[in-house]
Ligand binder design. Structure first.
Ligand code: COA
Length: 281
């Protein structure tokens, strides 16, 4: 779908790049010629992802970092830039989430998710953005949000609040930092089966029910998200700024639409019902 060297000359930092969607993006970016820096809290997934990229002939480096801590973020960016050269792209992918009734959340539980998702995105964005402003070379920021950033969602209140904030940050900076040649965009994925997300968010046999909410009838594949991210980070997307692209198989439209649930039934039977209602009018 892309030319082999589409991302050559780019150096992209992916937070939370050792696992899940972050890892999928790291592998794909590196496979298309980008130098990739990844960070996270656990050394083993970082080392494994860097090793896989290098084994495939790509260039990658990692640094341990908790995005909640601005000092740790600065040290991580220093270390990756020393190894890979100046960053040209940033993907804010690191996140934290769990299911909980809102009334059961402790102040620290709420804070923890906000600090990872919202504050963490601010820390990486401001650290990298300030360097880009000083260097006058521009850059591309991509933040991974979620469709419930604007819908809201029961049982993930801190994440919904934090992701709404990240979307607001994306749109604010799209205007404020465009003058520095910095683009700021987001992807809003629906459910993608990664261990990190599904082990925390899919209780019991809910998976099949969730799948029924998706008009395309399946979950996303991490490679599909990685390909969209490639496009949004690539030079060809140089006029895309302030956009949030939904990648959810049509899920949020269906769940938000009044009559979308008719698609859950056999189409022939549904059409017959509609016909019979027409005749009886
Ligand atoms: N329900 C309610 N509260 C919870 C919880 C849950 N499932 N999991 C954690 N908490 C609360 C803790 O009780 C604690 O609050 P307290 O001090 O008042 O008891 C607070 O959240 C912090 O928990 P802790 O485990 O110390 O935080 P952590 O920094 O080690 O972990 C999480 C952060 C909780 C977000 C953890 O799930 C994580 O590391 N996630 C990263 C990856 C991820 O979530 N990926 C999915 C993205 S979709």
């Amino acid at each position: 779908m892309f030319s082999a060297d589409l991302l050559a000359g780019q150096t992209i930092l992916i937070t939370g790049g050792g696992t899940g969607l972050g890892r999928a993006m790291a592998l794909r970016f590196a496979g298309l010629g980008a130098k990739v820096g990844i960070c996270g809290r656990r050394p083993d997934p970082l080392a494994a992802t860097v090793a896989d990229i290098r084994a495939a002939g790509g260039t990658a480096a990692s640094a341990m970092c908790d995005v909640r801590d601005p000092v740790s973020v600065k040290m991580m960016v220093d270390s990756l830039e020393a190894e890979l050269g100046p960053l040209t792209g940033l993907v804010n992918n690191a996140a934290g989430n769990f299911l909980s009734a809102a009334e059961d959340l402790s102040p620290n539980a709420f804070d923890t998710v906000i600090k990872i998702v919202l504050n963490g995105t601010f820390h990486t964005t401001s650290e990298v953005g300030r360097r880009w402003i000083e260097r006058k070379n521009g850059g591309a920021i991509l933040s991974i949000v979620t469709t419930y950033a604007w819908m809201g969602s029961a049982f993930v209140l801190p994440s919904a609040c934090a992701k709404a904030g990240v979307l607001a940050m994306t749109r604010s900076l799209a205007v404020e930092w465009a003058t520095y040649g910095i683009r700021s965009n987001a992807i809003a994925p629906g459910p993608f089966p990664t261990d990190g997300a599904f082990s925390r968010l899919m209780a019991g046999d809910i998976e099949e029910q969730v799948k029924k909410q998706i008009p395309l009838g399946r979950f996303g594949r991490p490679e599909e998200l990685a390909d969209l991210a490639v496009y949004m980070m690539a030079p060809g997307a140089s006029y895309m700024n302030g956009e949030c692209v939904v990648l959810d198989g049509g899920e949020w439209l269906k769940t938000g639409q009044e009559f979308g649930h008719y698609t859950d039934f056999d189409r022939g039977a549904v059409k017959q019902i509609f016909q019979s209602m027409k005749r009886s009018r």
